[in-house]
Write a protein that binds this ligand. Structure first.
Ligand SMILES: O=C(O)CCC(=O)C(=O)O
Ligand SMILES: [Fe+2]
Length: 421
């Protein structure tokens, strides 16, 4: 790119980058980086902006590419061996021999389904669930979204949380998602983990009153189902369950029931580490029942560091992950950070499923959101105030609905000494 064709923002960022890296060499540090860290650095980098040449992009295999906007960035369909498997509902599903248990369902969701889920995430989940903002603000019960779209309240200031003397807080503040490498939860250590104190994080002292629109930009996550305690990275099973909205449950069940699981596992289920040491994929269409989840809201500069989701007791039932809004680069590797991850382009409407002992314990993360890649068609049917609010929120946001099953089916709470829930 010549300096003349650069936008003012790009020039400014380039100048800052040069200044911050002057005289410094990343060489010594990068020698110590794991393969996962190297890939994260590569895709996070502003300079040079990451090329998508090595990024798996399955939308290129779909017959009608009409879901792609003209100036969409594209990756490649042939960076790794991909096999198509049977999928119901006239949808397409793919697996990768190198990552057993990962199922990729590009464009699984229709535009209407994407819109309905966005609506659910913002006007239902963000209202009824614990979010990152609830630590710091007294969010009125009608919820941020309702306040934001109502001209009578959109300028109203939402007050910071008042700290009472007797409040019992955890010693560490709770910011964006913290990633702690906990040991995997299992039937034996669950009771111990559950008995560890899970005090709420303290509100940050400098919090100032903000409008709903300012807070929406800072919304990062919302919990669903079993209460997830970010400080200890474990579920607090004694807290009341936040119901998973019916629309999210039915979408996830549709996904799991659409997949021809035999093709995923016939050659792979001897991998050790199944719940109860027995492969149970034959039952998933019947037994899959989501009971926890996170809705992640990413603004353009947000990333999610490489991690393994190991707080669930069931380490093999499908985890369904839905992408809506801006596209993202998703990295998925192996059981340690030393395995070089595969970059996959996730677009609006794509669903992926992580299942089985290998894939559910594979490191993964989001090093990059691709700004301005939300499909331009979403929420254009109606010109009402609410639709345009969804449209403009989605222009700068990626929503990921990440749904899990904490307990294997038929699991008894009595087994771990916890009373029913
Ligand atoms: O945003 C994504 O696609 C992945 C999110 C994720 O890995 C998580 O919430 O644990
Ligand atoms: Fe994850």
């Amino acid at each position: 790119m010549s300096t003349r064709s650069m936008s003012p923002e790009y020039k400014k960022a380039l100048k800052n980058y040069r200044r911050s890296t002057q005289g410094k060499s990343d060489k010594a540090a990068s020698d110590d980086w794991t393969a996962f860290r190297k890939a994260e650095k590569k895709y996070k980098a502003k300079f040079p902006p990451p090329s998508l040449d090595d990024v798996l992009d399955l939308s290129l295999l779909l017959k009608a590419n009409n879901h792609l906007d003209n100036n969409d960035l594209v990756g490649r369909a042939d960076v790794v061996q991909v096999e198509e498997i049977q999928c119901e509902r006239n949808k397409r599903a793919f697996i990768l021999p190198t990552i057993p248990g990962l199922v990729l369902l590009p464009s699984f969701l229709s535009e209407q389904e994407q819109q309905d889920l966005v609506q659910t995430a913002l006007s239902d989940v963000a209202r009824h669930s614990e979010t990152n903002l609830h630590t710091h603000y007294d969010i009125p019960p009608r919820g941020l979204w309702d306040i934001y779209i109502d001209p009578a309240s959109s300028k109203q200031l939402i007050p910071p949380k008042v700290v009472t003397e007797e409040a019992d807080f955890a010693s560490e503040p709770q910011g964006p998602r913290r990633l702690v490498d906990n040991p995997p939860v299992n039937v034996t250590n669950l009771a111990i983990i559950n008995s560890v104190s899970k005090a709420p994080a303290p509100p940050s002292p400098g919090t100032s009153p903000s409008t709903a629109s300012e807070l929406l930009e800072r919304l990062r996550w919302a919990n669903l189902g079993y209460f997830y305690h970010w400080g200890t990275k474990s579920y607090d099973l004694r807290k009341t369950l936040i119901p998973i909205p019916e629309r999210i449950q039915s979408t996830c069940k549709n996904v799991v029931r659409s997949i021809g699981w035999h093709a995923v596992w016939w050659n792979n289920d001897q991998i050790p580490g199944w719940d109860n040491e027995t492969p149970d994929w034959q039952d998933w269409k019947r037994t899959y029942q989501p009971d926890a989840g996170i809705v992640n809201f990413y603004q353009s500069k947000d990333t999610l560091m490489g991690h393994v989701d190991r707080s669930e007791v069931s380490c093999t039932t499908p985890l369904v992950s839905i992408s809506i809004g801006n596209s993202a680069i998703f990295l998925i590797g192996g059981q340690t950070r030393d395995v070089e991850p595969l970059p996959i382009l996730l677009r609006s409407g794509d669903v992926i499923v992580m299942s089985g002992p290998f894939c559910r314990r594979a490191y993964h993360g989001i090093p990059k959101i691709l700004p301005n890649t939300s499909p331009s068609k979403l929420f254009t049917d109606s010109k009402d105030n609410e639709s345009s609010a969804y449209r403009s929120y989605l222009q700068s946001t990626r929503i990921n609905i990440n749904v899990r099953q904490v307990f294997p089916r038929g699991y008894q709470f009595a087994d771990i000494g916890l009373e029913g829930s």
